[in-house]
Design a protein around this ligand. Structure first.
Ligand code: M6R
Length: 608
């Protein structure tokens, strides 16, 4: 889950590598490093911590050279120290790696027995030493890489730079993404199109097992068997921008505030508003009317979006939906019927567990529909069909606008499926579409109560544990609210179905623990009120997110109140996500946490 980049350029590459790494920092930010050839000799700079530390290092000790590789790390093997930072080097080569070499211990023992002395605890150093060993036999870098690759088990994207070889870079891919970028007398390697966006929009994605030899004139790609392979050159729309924070302090704040716009844009893509109908993605290779089941899998926030989607698909389209976190789904050998559809959900489209779930479903003969934010991602490319979320690049590690856009897509698909299956008539479809159309405006309205959320969040920041409760589609939102708070403020939080409270978590209630209740006015509002009474009766501190009159109606005096506009209940979860996100955001800001790059996390989890 690291980011890698390689440039064979015409000008000094170190600043360009850093620029590319900035776009890849979402993949990890434990440490970073670059290596170039200065007068043909390998030289590198590395630094522990954020990319800015590497930049400072390069300012003090600049690197010359027009060919180089770079890396931003999310530690898997070995602590995130400078010594363990990539590029890893020998006297012959330097290498950057994204992924995990599963047999690195066995290889290391073998190499140590042959006299190698390792300097780090990383699996990547094994790659550097293994290829160096092969080079001693052949003195040919390409032959050495070709001999080493089959010995590596696990997942990897690799970029190699060779001492004394100003016109050579080698890349390889197995289970982790790698793109080749084409310039004018310049060539590139990168983990994704965004990293290469300022340099080129023409790229080829390597297939699994491919490896590639680059010089400044072009690339020769070979498959796992060594045969020359043609991988299509595509024009990407990643654009040359590095998304900025606008007037906001953090990307997360900006992304929360963008939601009315991007959810509106996503809905506009799927709705024929004039006729009150859903526009389903074209050329789907399956018939909604004939499906007997949907199996969803996803991770983290995307999984919670799927949980909300389950309610909608089952209610509107009467299709049973099974849903798993992808890390379980991929291994539990679920029987999948030929008449079933798999749906995977992912912002990045690169999450390793979700991708493995997708591949499992395909092996079982199922069609896979992905709901994905990065249209060029591996998940989008490997799916039978992709339904895009139009959230735009999401930089904050905590997912916000991608989540609400995923919800918007799921709502549209569930309605469209309902129409196709005859479980929704045209009138009900029109009503539901009319409700969806109101969502962006309601989200904008929710943002107006930011000051109230900030006030409550300051209080939450003083506590160590928080409970989130909700029912129906607001139950997954309670889980999501708790995840948001945990990941950016490091306050322990749990989400529960409000009805489950009495089956255990009620034991936690005391006068110190905030209980955040997401309570839109829906058919089971009264049941949620009863749950709040149960909390109040035990001296619990309720933070109510609900219509302004809800507390009075429930006969409660909450410790905190975040008012919401009246709305139809069907899609309230999309709107109620806004205060849940803001609550986590302001708690983290109050505590002075690194909101956009919380500790131990990475935006895109491309390892198991
Ligand atoms: O890119 P994906 O949507 O596949 O990522 C899935 C999760 O890793 C992601 O949602 C993660 O839980 C976020 N940090 C949540 O804010």
């Amino acid at each position: 889950m690291c980011g890698i980049v390689g440039i064979l350029g015409k000008e000094p590459v170190a600043p360009l590598l850093v620029d590319a790494l900035r776009r890849l920092e979402y993949r990890g930010y434990d440490s970073a490093g670059v290596a170039t050839l200065e007068d043909g000799r390998l030289t590198r700079r590395r630094a522990e911590g954020k990319l800015r530390n590497l930049e400072a290092r390069l300012k003090d000790e600049p690197l010359a050279g027009t060919i180089g590789i770079g890396h931003t790390r999310w530690a898997t093997h070995g602590r995130p120290t400078e010594r363990n930072a990539h590029p890893h080097a020998t006297d012959r080569l330097a290498v950057v790696h994204n992924g995990i070499i599963e047999n690195f211990r066995e290889l290391r023992q073998r190499l140590e027995a042959e006299g190698d002395v390792f300097e780090t605890e990383t699996d990547t150093e094994v790659v550097a030493r293994l290829v160096t060993h092969e080079m001693r036999k052949t003195n040919d870098p390409a032959a050495a890489v070709a001999a080493a690759l089959p010995q590596l088990h696990g997942a990897f994207a690799l970029a190699f730079l060779f001492d004394g070889h100003e016109e050579l870079m080698i890349g390889a891919r197995k289970g982790a993404p790698l793109a080749v970028g084409y310039g004018e007398g310049e060539m590139y390697l990168g983990s994704d199109a965004l990293a290469l966006a300022p340099f080129t929009q023409t790229i080829s994605y390597l297939d699994d097992g491919d490896w590639v030899v680059l010089d400044r004139k072009g690339a020769v790609i070979r498959d796992a068997f060594g045969a020359k392979a043609d991988r299509p050159k595509i024009r990407t729309s990643a654009g040359a921008f590095l998304v900025d924070k606008g007037n906001h302090r953090h990307f997360m704040a900006k992304e929360i505030h963008e939601q009315p716009e991007v959810v509106g844009r996503t809905l506009a893509h799927y709705l024929d508003m004039a006729n009150g109908r859903v526009r389903m993605p074209a050329d789907l290779p399956f018939d909604w009317a004939k499906l007997d089941r949907i199996t969803m899998s996803a991770c983290g926030t995307a999984y919670y979006a799927g949980l909300v989607g389950k309610y909608w698909f089952e209610r509107f389209a009467r299709i049973p939906v099974e849903i798993d976190v992808a890390s379980e789904f991929r291994y539990r050998e679920a029987p999948l019927s030929a008449a079933g559809l798999s749906v995977v959900i992912s912002q990045s489209g690169e999450t390793a567990d979700t991708l493995a779930g997708l591949r499992y479903a395909k092996e079982q003969g199922q069609h896979v529909l992905s709901i994905v934010n990065v249209p060029t991602s591996t998940i989008a490319r490997e799916s039978s069909a992709a339904a895009p979320t139009l959230a735009g690049p999401e930089i904050g590690v905590a997912s916000t606008k991608a989540f609400t856009c995923q919800l918007a897509v799921l709502a549209c698909l569930a309605i469209g499926a309902g129409r196709a299956r005859g479980t929704l008539d045209a009138e009900r479809e029109r009503e539901l579409v009319a409700e969806l159309v109101k969502v962006p405006g309601l989200m904008a309205d929710a943002l107006k109560h930011e000051a109230a959320v900030e006030h409550v969040a300051r209080d939450i920041a003083k506590t160590t544990d928080v409970l989130f409760l909700g029912r129906g589609t607001n139950y997954p939102l309670a889980l999501e609210g708790a995840l948001k708070l945990k990941e950016i403020s490091y306050i322990h939080a749990e989400g529960y179905a409000a009805g489950e409270l009495k089956h255990g978590p009620i034991a936690l209630i005391d006068e110190t623990m905030p209980v955040v209740v997401l309570a839109p006015r829906d058919a089971i509002f009264e049941k949620t009120v009863s749950n709040m009474q149960e909390v109040a009766a035990r001296g619990g501190r309720i933070i109510l997110i609900a219509e302004e009159t809800a507390a009075d109606e429930a006969g409660l005096v909450p410790a905190g109140m975040i008012p919401m506009a009246p709305m139809a209940p069907e899609f309230a979860a999309i709107v109620y996500a806004v205060p849940a996100q803001l609550l986590a955001y302001y708690a983290a800001v109050t505590l002075g946490k690194d909101v956009d790059q919380p500790r131990n996390l990475a935006k895109s989890v491309t390892v198991e």
